[in-house]
Ligand binder design. Structure first.
Ligand code: FES
Length: 164
């Protein structure tokens, strides 16, 4: 079972809110999806501990919860970083070299798409077209957009956020 190995930092208040919601949803048909959407909104992602609570309260298996969590892209098994990096692998960016930038990001950060660094500073997502094709290849950090970048620019861009 893959997922975040970062320590779970959910609070008792969050767990209480989740369990309350799950008990309310349990009486309804098709409770699993709304339950998982609620949990993802509450925690920002669905770590093993949260999946276990959902399975426990709804009376479904953990593998059922895990199966849904990994099937739908709206769910994440990893937390997002303080700085959410997006690298566009849409056609215009791809033909202009975004794969090499993506590879450099993975190498520097030591994570793959969908994952988060241990210090929770950066998370990385390979994305589809973000609508700035004229600036291809495009990388985003939260709301900041960087266009026409080269692999050698990556370290400098990351440094700006490390020092922020
Ligand atoms: S393909 Fe990357 S912004 Fe459109």
């Amino acid at each position: 079972m893959k997922g975040s190995t970062l320590p779970f930092d959910g609070t008792p208040e969050q767990e209480q809110a989740l369990r309350l919601k799950l008990r309310e949803l349990k009486t309804k048909e098709g409770a699993l999806m709304p339950a998982m959407q609620f949990a993802q909104g509450l925690y920002g992602y669905l770590p093993y501990e949260v999946q276990s609570i959902i399975a426990d309260e709804l009376g479904v298996t953990l593998s059922e919860v895990y199966g849904v969590a990994t099937f739908y892209s709206q769910f994440s098994l990893y937390p997002k970083g303080k700085y959410r990096i997006g690298i566009c692998l849409g056609t215009a960016c791809y033909v202009n070299g975004s794969q090499a930038i993506y590879d450099r990001l993975r190498q520097i950060l030591g994570i793959d798409s969908g994952e988060c660094t241990e210090d929770r500073l950066f998370s990385l997502d390979a994305t589809r077209c973000v609508g700035c094709c004229g600036m291809a290849p495009v990388m985003t950090v939260n709301d900041d957009v960087y266009g026409r970048i080269k692999p050698d620019d990556v370290e400098k861009i990351l440094d700006k956020y490390r020092r922020a």
